[in-house]
Design a protein around this ligand. Structure first.
Ligand code: KPL
Length: 345
């Protein structure tokens, strides 16, 4: 196994915690010599077992070697989904719709890190970081890529002295099969500080992530940016999961039609209470429907979770809005109904 130090070229390695769609996308597009995955550590793994340079990945029950998959870049709609066939895609990594074989080591050492990206599911993040942070040097910026809200604040509150940043991205990535990742649509990624000491690191983190060629921007108010995405997710994801349909199909469904105005009214009041930003319910509805139309044939992350039998992120989307409502004594019956129904799936 290659150790991080051998691959870092002296500049340090970017560690990625969470080898799902988003983690694999960043891993594939970052300069290949500079990143690797961190295996999932169980909480009870004691420090002496960690053993830098040792075999902690085997102890954590993960493959000792590499994470291997194929990245399919920017597949034109006419090629998907049949386009995943080898024959129709070029083998050149430089062409527009290339298949790239990606093979990254599970990192053995955290001594040479320069940056850590956390791409775990929202519900796994705190536990994953509790296991890993004791092994991560204090000066390493940690960027949280979770959906929804709640998990990011929990991390920043638990480790206020660390360099914690959050990212909000509209990059589209999915995994039609376990070893294939499709970069389905180019988007934008905003990065901003959550803890005070991380502010001065934002520009450098943005610069490092922009080495992927993706569009990455610094964001002064990352919580506000995360709220904007939360609104869209709260208005699309639960409906797609409950109706088991692609994003665009929710728009004409009775469930959506009967609840969307009330849902947007609840969110509008919460948004003002939490961020002091007043946005009319009709404007929120328009934003939700624009994204639903633009991603009409997509399977939302929540529907994908339900179909794969995974726990959904509803507690960090509509469930987070219910929690906010409780804090401000604002009634949230529609968010509550959607949260309970998705939890029951
Ligand atoms: O972010 C998304 C998700 O699926 O989580 C949307 C915007 C709904 C696109 O599918």
């Amino acid at each position: 196994m290659v150790s991080a130090g051998e691959r870092s070229g002296g500049g340090g390695v970017i560690a990625i915690l969470g080898a799902g769609s988003l983690g694999r996308l960043w891993a594939a597009l970052l300069p290949s010599a500079l990143c690797g995955f961190l295996p999932r550590l169980s909480n009870d793994l004691s420090e002496h077992e960690f053993g830098l340079g040792g075999s902690f990945s085997r102890q954590a029950g993960l493959p000792e070697t590499r994470c291997e998959y194929v990245l399919v870049r920017s597949v034109p709609p006419s090629l998907a989904p049949q386009g995943f066939g080898e024959a129709r895609l070029t083998a050149s990594p430089n062409s527009g719709d290339a298949r790239i074989q990606v093979s990254l080591p599970w990192l053995q050492s955290t001594e040479v890190l320069r940056l850590m990206l956390v791409t775990t599911k929202a519900g796994d993040t705190l536990a994953a970081l509790k296991a890993w942070l004791p092994h991560i040097p204090a000066g390493i910026p940690i960027v949280l890529f979770q959906n929804g809200l709640g998990s990011q604040q929990a991390v920043a509150e638990r480790w206020p002295e660390r360099l914690i940043l959050a990212a909000s991205t509209t990059e589209g990535a999915n995994r039609p099969s376990p070893d294939v990742l499709v970069h389905a649509g180019a988007g934008d990624t905003w990065v901003g500080a959550l803890t005070a000491s991380a502010v001065d690191h934002t520009a450098s983190v943005v610069q490092q992530l922009a080495e992927t060629g993706l569009r990455v921007h610094a964001e002064e108010n990352i919580l506000q940016r995360l709220w904007q995405k939360l609104v869209v997710n709260a208005g699309i994801n639960p409906f797609t999961a409950l109706l088991d349909c692609p994003n665009g199909d929710i728009l004409n469904s009775p469930l959506y039609q009967q609840n969307i105005d009330e849902l947007c009214s609840e969110i509008s009041v919460l948004l003002e209470a939490e961020t002091s930003e007043a946005i009319a319910p009709e404007v929120l509805r328009e934003r939700i429907e624009t994204v639903a139309r633009n991603t009409a044939s997509n399977t939302s992350s929540m529907r994908a979770d339900v179909l794969a039998g995974r726990k959904t992120e509803i507690d960090y989307i509509n469930g987070y809005l219910v929690q906010c409502g409780r804090c401000h004594s604002i009634a949230t019956p529609v968010n509550q109904m959607l949260t309970q129904r998705v939890q029951g799936l």
